[in-house]
Design a protein around this ligand. Structure first.
Ligand SMILES: Nc1nc2c(ncn2[C@@H]2O[C@H](COP(=O)(O)OP(=O)(O)OP(=O)(O)O)[C@@H](O)[C@H]2O)c(=O)[nH]1
Ligand SMILES: [Mg+2]
Length: 332
């Protein structure tokens, strides 16, 4: 593998172009990271290793919510607000449901046309992939590359599915739940438990004919939040309202992120959260690696189907079947 390995050392010029924030070089590096080809993925990892000292400096914000809640529109409005304040903004996405064609939550519906015209913005749709784990890992790595390229705010959009929400909340400093104006007892996030991992809630579409419902929805959630136990001793997730369309309330969303950051830095929770995330990330890679090795193990792949059906038919116990597979894997 010697000469191949030599060939995949990233050039100093390429690394320097990424460091200087050249968007095409950054995009190329992310494409390598996302590649299904081993040699390209390896090249991507080398780039990341070379740049890792320059990572970790951005404010990382995750944005989730039901389909059509206005996540993309809100990210664009927030992104423009940040660009006006001199920030450089990267927008990434985690959408394990997107087809391999590359269509995604940042795809056809909302291209963030205004934000994408800004020199200080970098927008990248979700990597495609069949497993959420793989998609999330690649987004984490893309986030680090964006940081090395000088983007000081990274916004990550994710679909409102439990597992992807947990994956994204595990890679950001601040997790924002975008809600639709829907009054009455329709407090869905609360039932699903998403609210418990959110650092703030924002009722979007507080404009035009939906303004009144949005205000009522905000009050409903604010009341409901009072009985939800906060994960942090220093922070109770506020419930805001905004219009991504008119940008009203968007500056307040950003002030909330900054306020949270200041308090979490002061209390040590910021550092603790980043450290925990890095540790969890390592272990999830170990788990993925083990599962991959397990399924690829000769002698296991062909056993899986028959053992699964024996378990389904109660011809054997799940424990006996698992033990048989593990024994074979561990060559006992
Ligand atoms: N009136 C109004 N419409 C909005 C607002 N924000 C978004 N919309 C509209 O709501 C629709 C959905 O917006 P998106 O930003 O694509 O929503 P999303 O949550 O990203 O949707 P998915 O990515 O498909 O889950 C679009 O037609 C937007 O124009 C808002 O603040 N006010
Ligand atoms: Mg969207």
């Amino acid at each position: 593998m010697g000469s191949d390995a030599e060939a995949s050392v990233p050039s100093a010029e390429f690394l320097e172009a990424i460091r200087k924030g050249d968007r095409r070089s950054l995009a190329r590096a992310i494409t390598l990271i996302e590649s299904a080809r081993d040699d390209q993925a390896e090249q991507g990892q080398r780039i990341l290793e070379a740049l890792v000292p320059e990572t970790g400096k951005a404010i990382r914000v995750g944005v989730t919510g039901a389909p059509g809640a206005g996540k993309s529109t809100l990210i664009e409005a927030l992104g423009m607000h940040l660009i006006e304040r001199g920030h450089r903004v990267a927008v990434l996405a985690v959408d394990p449901t997107s087809p391999v064609s590359g269509g995604s939550i940042l795809g056809d519906k909302t291209r963030m046309e205004v934000l994408s015209r800004e020199a200080g913005a970098f927008i990248r749709p979700s990597p495609s992939g069949s497993s959420l784990g793989g998609v999330a890992q690649r987004t984490r790595e893309s986030m680090l590359l964006c940081e090395a390229a000088g983007y000081d705010v990274v916004l990550v959009e994710t679909v409102g599915i439990g597992q992807s929400q947990i994956a994204v909340s595990g890679m950001v400093d601040f997790f924002l739940l975008v809600l639709l104006p829907a009054g009455g007892d329709d407090l869905q996030g609360i039932k699903k438990g998403v609210v418990e991992i959110a650092d703030a809630l924002v009722v979007n579409k507080a404009d035009g004919p939906t303004l009144e419902v949005a205000e009522r929805t905000r009050t409903d959630y604010a009341n409901a939040m009072q009985v939800i136990r906060s994960l942090s001793p220093t922070w109770s997730p506020p419930v805001l309202k905004a219009s991504a369309k008119t940008s009203e309330g968007i500056p307040e969303v950003w002030e909330t992120v900054l306020d949270h950051r200041a308090r979490f830095e002061e209390s040590g929770e910021f550092e603790a959260r980043r450290r925990r995330q890095a540790r969890d990330w390592m272990w999830s890679l170990v788990e993925d690696g083990l599962m991959g090795a397990f399924r690829a193990h000769p002698g296991i792949a062909e056993e899986i189907a028959s053992l699964e059906s024996r378990v389904e038919d109660r011809a054997t116990t799940p424990r006996a079947a698992a033990t048989a597979l593990l024994d074979r894997f561990l060559k006992k």
